[in-house]
Design a protein around this ligand. Structure first.
Ligand SMILES: Cc1cc2nc3c(=O)[nH]c(=O)nc-3n(C[C@H](O)[C@H](O)[C@H](O)COP(=O)(O)OP(=O)(O)OC[C@H]3O[C@@H](n4cnc5c(N)ncnc54)[C@H](O)[C@@H]3O)c2cc1C
Length: 524
């Protein structure tokens, strides 16, 4: 392993600053060191792991198969690390992130408890100056954002939010100490992927659980299980094939949708196919439709109807994967409140007041999600050439070049920002990090100090991303994927924040740019 060189090559404090030490930032640090750059990561939390550091809520776990999620770049790491379950829980994934940090000695270049609040481009120095919350400043030639697509939690806009006297937690800011639920009256607000995981995990532990649901989601069985020794061996032997497959599929998962239309096959065949998917692990199910299953699994017909989504089709929003979630509603200590029928009016010192009545609680859990994709960008004051603010530039939705760069923001590269392929995210992370590393290597080798997306490049990519979204059902429902978050002022107009083409097509386009010597960029 190479030690960091003593000084930057640019006269600035660093050659590269990376913001965020989740999977993106950790891998980018590893690659930047290979270029012998003087590099530092600034991370708001106290540990590596990003998503898996912050989301400690009960039941937090993967919906990607564990072995398809881990890093693929190191054979040694693949050989050493053993996932214990097909869909590992958060504690195990955080252990994995720490293991990676230890193995590659990453922490010596990571500064924790360091939230970046501003990043200003200095045209003369051809570099960026970042400001941390404590007021300290650091300059760098290249700025790489690894701030996460789902890293900025949002609380609901409810009157009296601060008045509640009991304990309250957002799932993505869960305390490090265990929370005692025994005998407690608990509320969960929100029934997205996180809400579902929390609800099914704590229902058996709490005294009484009240679930406040605005929009039900289609949920499908996760079918998690332990990985036995024989399967472990097969997984390790099969890694090259598994990652090859992830490179070929639309969204980097190990599953591919069946190409046949639902009505191109007989009713009997279709039914058998759906049953098969329902019985399988993971996201293969995304293509099915199972209102009937909910009615079978939930005994009270009124509750079952409340749990069946009416405003979006199956698979048009991210599909929560569950383990006995629907059966939770058959328990005597669980109640479902539909807040479209009886809206929450306010929080009170002792609980939650709806239009119908006041509920008393000891604990309120906000499973109310994130200001997705652009949220972490909005919370840093990015200013590019001529002081232009990123927030202003993206007022009507993000405008990017390949989801990686922005016009008037030279030498800034984004990992997992808007307009990139997400899906099974670490596969996309590894690709984007390698692409960014290739670009910086190119700049270093050619002595370039200015890398900037052109307006034409940005327009062409942004138009392409928008065109891909046209007619796609998932772009025609309100969700975090379309930039809607009723809990945030101004986030009530749908934007195209997400690249919805295939990951292979995305990579092909980016590869082409690199192969052509990045000639679509302004280079100097
Ligand atoms: C509960 C949950 C479950 C998920 N499950 C899956 C899954 O099964 N499969 C999948 O593919 N994806 C999943 N995801 C998505 C997940 O976010 C990505 O897989 C991946 O972890 C993203 O890594 P990242 O490093 O890009 O971002 P993150 O992990 O979000 O890391 C970003 C880091 O940047 C830091 N940061 C942000 N802003 C600043 C700032 N201003 N200053 C300093 N530091 C900052 C944050 O503190 C954070 O540590 C899940 C997300 C959540 C929330």
């Amino acid at each position: 392993m190479s030690a960091s060189p003593p000084g930057s090559t640019s006269g600035l404090d660093f050659d590269a600053i990376i913001i965020g030490a989740g999977l993106s930032g950790m891998y980018q640090l590893y690659r930047a060191r290979e270029l012998s750059l003087k590099v530092r990561v600034f991370e708001a939390g106290t540990e590596v792991g990003g998503t898996w550091y912050w989301n400690r809520y009960p039941g937090a776990r993967f919906d990607s198969e564990s072995y398809s999620y881990g890093y693929s770049f190191s054979k040694e790491l693949l050989e050493e690390w053993e996932w214990s379950e097909h869909f590992a829980g958060q504690p195990e994934t955080l252990r994995y992130c720490k293991y990676v940090a230890d193995k590659f000695d990453l922490r010596r270049d990571i500064q924790f408890k360091s939230r970046v609040i501003a990043a200003i481009y200095d045209e003369d120095a051809r570099g960026w100056t970042i400001t941390l919350q404590d007021g300290s400043r650091h300059s760098t030639r290249f700025l790489i954002t690894a701030i996460g697509p789902l890293s900025t939690p949002t609380l609901p806009r409810i009157e009296g939010l601060d008045s509640f006297q009991g304990q309250s937690f957002h799932t993505a800011r869960w305390p490090k100490e265990p929370v005692d639920f025994k005998g407690k009256r608990v509320a969960v607000i929100g029934t997205g992927a996180t809400g579902v995981q929390t609800i099914q995990t704590i229902a058996g532990e709490v005294g009484h659980l009240t679930v406040f649901q605005r929009t039900p989601n289609w949920c499908a069985p996760l079918h998690n299980g332990k990985i036995d020794a024989e399967t472990q061996k097969q997984i390790k032997a099969g890694y090259p094939e598994l990652f090859r497959r992830c490179q070929e599929t639309f969204a980097c998962f190990i599953h591919t949708p069946d190409p046949r239309g639902a009505f191109e096959v007989s009713a009997k065949e279709r039914e058998a196919f759906y049953e098969k998917l329902y019985g399988e692990r993971g996201f293969g199910i995304w293509q099915g439709n199972f209102a009937r299953k909910i009615r079978q699994r939930v005994k009270d017909p009124k509750t079952a109807e409340r749990l069946i989504p009416k405003n979006h089709g199956f698979g048009t929003r991210r599909l929560p994967l569950e383990t006995h979630y629907y059966e939770v509603y058959n328990r005597d200590n669980v109640e479902l409140v539909d807040i479209k029928e009886t809206p929450i009016e306010r929080l009170t010192p002792t609980g939650i007041m709806t239009s119908e009545k006041e509920y008393e609680f000891d604990i309120i859990i906000f499973a109310t999600g994130f200001d997705a994709i652009t949220g972490a960008f909005d919370r840093i004051d990015f200013r590019g050439l001529d002081g232009v603010r990123l927030k202003d530039k993206w007022k009507s939705g993000p405008e990017t070049y390949l989801g990686l760069m922005v016009h008037q923001f030279p030498n800034m590269m984004m990992l997992m920002g808007p307009h990139t392929a997400l899906g099974n995210i670490p596969r996309s992370i590894e690709y984007s990090v390698d692409w960014v590393t290739g670009l910086i290597r190119f700049a270093r080798d050619k002595g370039l100090t200015w890398l900037e997306a052109t307006p034409e490049g940005v327009m062409s990519w942004t138009d392409h991303v928008k065109a891909l979204g046209v007619g796609l059902l998932s772009n025609e429902v309100d969700s975090w994927m379309t930039g809607i978050n009723r809990n945030i002022e101004g986030k009530n107009v749908r934007i195209v924040a997400r690249y919805s083409g295939s990951a292979p097509a995305y990579r092909a386009r980016c590869d082409e740019v690199a192969a052509n010597g990045y000639s679509e960029l302004r280079l100097a």
